[in-house]
Design a protein. Structure first.
Length: 277
C-alpha cells in the first residue's frame, strides 16, 4: 500500500471517528467503545478493498460485508455515509424516532447494509450463507464479516465456524475484533475466548493475527487471504483497543454502551483534531 493511500485511509478514519462521537452524543445513547475499535477495519474495507458502488448498492457481484456485532452500528453508519451511500448529515439522526439509523442496522432501510444484525452470532451465520450463495451463483465475490470478541461467547458462532470449514468457503474472510472487553467487563473474566487464533485453526480455518489499528497489517492480511489457493475460510484476528483513539475511553468497560456528555464530547473531539495533525 502506498504512502498516499495510507494517508487517505487515515483521513477517512479521522472523519469517521469524529462522527461516531458526535452521533452517539446527539442520540444520548449508543456504543462508542466497540465502534472505535473497528474503525480501521471498516475504513480499509470500504475505501480500499471491497468491490462496491455506492451509486448502485445492489450491484449483483458486489462484495458483501456483515457487521455481526450489530451494536457497533455507529461505525458502519459513519463509514457508509462517508463512502457515499447516504448523506453524512443523516448521521445526526441516530436512534431518533423515525430515523432509518436505528440502534442496530436495518437492511430494509439503510443503503449498503447487507444484513439486519444485533442478536449476536446470527450475522456470522448469515455471512456463511452469503458465501454459499456466491458459490451457487458462480460468482467470485468475497464475503466479509466482523465479530466481536464478546460475541464469541455464543455457541452459534462455533456451529457456524464448523459449517464454514465443512463447506470449504475459501472466499469468506472473517475478522474478530479482539479488544478484550465486553459489556460486563474483561472478556478473560466473563468468558475467556482465548486462544482465539488456535480455536479457529482447530475448526479448520486459515488464521492470521494482526494489529487491528494498522492499515498496512490489515491490508497484508486481506491480500494474503484473497490470494490463497485452496478452500479454507479465513479468520483475521484483530488485536485492538476498545475506545481506540480517545484516551479516556480506551480500555474502559464504561464506554461499551455510554454516550459522552457535552464536556466529554468536546474533549474527545479535541483529541481527534490533535490526532489528525
Amino acid at each position: 500500500m502506498s504512502k498516499l493511500q495510507m494517508e487517505e485511509l487515515e483521513a477517512h478514519a479521522g472523519e469517521i471517528r469524529s462522527d461516531i462521537l458526535r452521533m452517539i452524543a446527539q442520540a444520548g445513547s449508543g456504543h462508542p467503545g466497540g465502534s472505535l475499535s473497528a474503525i480501521e477495519c471498516l475504513t480499509y474495507l470500504y475505501f480500499h478493498a471491497m468491490n462496491i458502488d455506492p451509486q448502485n448498492p445492489d450491484m449483483p457481484d458486489r462484495d458483501r460485508f456483515v457487521l455481526s456485532k450489530g451494536h457497533a452500528a455507529p461505525v458502519l453508519y459513519a463509514t457508509l455515509a462517508h463512502r457515499g451511500f447516504f448523506p453524512v448529515a443523516d448521521l445526526m439522526s441516530l436512534r431518533q424516532l423515525g430515523s432509518k439509523l436505528q440502534g442496530h442496522p436495518d437492511m430494509r432501510k439503510v443503503p449498503g447494509v447487507e444484513m439486519s444484525t444485533g442478536s449476536l452470532g446470527t450475522g456470522f451465520s448469515t455471512a456463511i450463507g452469503m458465501a454459499l450463495a456466491a458459490r451457487l451463483d458462480g460468482s467470485d465475490r468475497r464475503t466479509f464479516v466482523l465479530l466481536g470478541d464478546g460475541e464469541l461467547d455464543e455457541g452459534q458462532v462455533w456451529e457456524a465456524a464448523m459449517a464454514a470449514s465443512h463447506y470449504r468457503l475459501g472466499r469468506l474472510i472473517a475478522f474478530a475484533d479482539v479488544n478484550g472487553l465486553q459489556i460486563d467487563g474483561f472478556t478473560k473474566d466473563v468468558m475467556n475466548p482465548e486462544p482465539v487464533d488456535a480455536k479457529f485453526a482447530a475448526f479448520g480455518w486459515d488464521v492470521q493475527v494482526v494489529d487491528g489499528h494498522n492499515f498496512q497489517a490489515i491490508h497484508d492480511a486481506v491480500e494474503g487471504a484473497s490470494a490463497q489457493p485452496g478452500d479454507r475460510p479465513h479468520m483475521i484476528v484483530l488485536r485492538t483497543i476498545k475506545g481506540h483513539g480517545i484516551s479516556f475511553m480506551e480500555n474502559e468497560c464504561k464506554w461499551h454502551g455510554t454516550a459522552p456528555s457535552e464536556e466529554e464530547l468536546a474533549r474527545a473531539l479535541e483529541e481527534c483534531l490533535k490526532g489528525d495533525k
